[in-house]
Design a protein around this ligand. Sequence first.
Ligand code: AP5
Length: 211
Amino acid sequence: MRLVFVGPQGAGKGTQAKLVCAKWGIPQVSTGDMLRAAKTEGRLSQDLVAEMAKGALVPDEVVIGLIRTRFEASDCKPGFLLDGFPRTQPQAEALDGLLQHLGQKLAAVLALEVARELLIERAVLRRTDKRTGQIYHLKYKPPPPEAQPWLEHRPDDREDVVKHRIDTYERMTAELLPYYEKRGILKRVDGVGNVEEVTGRVFSALDGVVS
Ligand code: AP5
């Protein structure tokens, strides 16, 4: 099964992606996580680190290169969930080219939809355990005391940066969602509600596409 998760910052893509991947036994391929790992390991240029902290997208060729390399790994052979890629039409077209080359196609593109005010609250109060990648929320999913020393507040989760990221997302999806809608593989999922409620909707949306 090959899936794409699209959604604005804080929509819950990462949270839901982990649950979908656990249920269907496929890897979560998150360009955001890959870029942050590259930054931690000193493999990302200072210019790109600064751009990400400001909430800007990194250049298409950088993320397309990351995906191309990631697809070569054996765990991607049976399927994958792309979390945060593609975000632009050139990325979507590059993905089509990569999949065509591999003789594969997307089963579905899920768009998680959440109102702007809620997105800001979700992102600003997010904390991530840097050892495990577990995502917490100070209000909706408080971290346990033992995770406290390892909690990370992303530099791009400041309120002003989050607003900028949402604006960027709204501009880019103006072309991205119709691209998949025309093919009949876009599934819009209401991302408002608690995590379990949203998971129920995501699984239902996938029922029709997953055998
Ligand atoms: P990336 O890491 O992909 O960030 P994002 O798309 O901005 O998404 P987020 O991680 O902010 O949110 P999410 O939807 O995963 O929400 P989460 O599940 O954590 O990208 C970061 C940066 O990398 C980009 O800005 C860009 O610079 C670069 N980049 C990445 N991909 C790129 C690409 N393809 N092209 C160019 N540049 C790229 O949930 C958020 C919070 O809400 C959490 O605290 C969670 O606990 C909580 N929460 C989740 N669901 C619920 C719920 N139902 N109820 C209550 N709380 C909830």
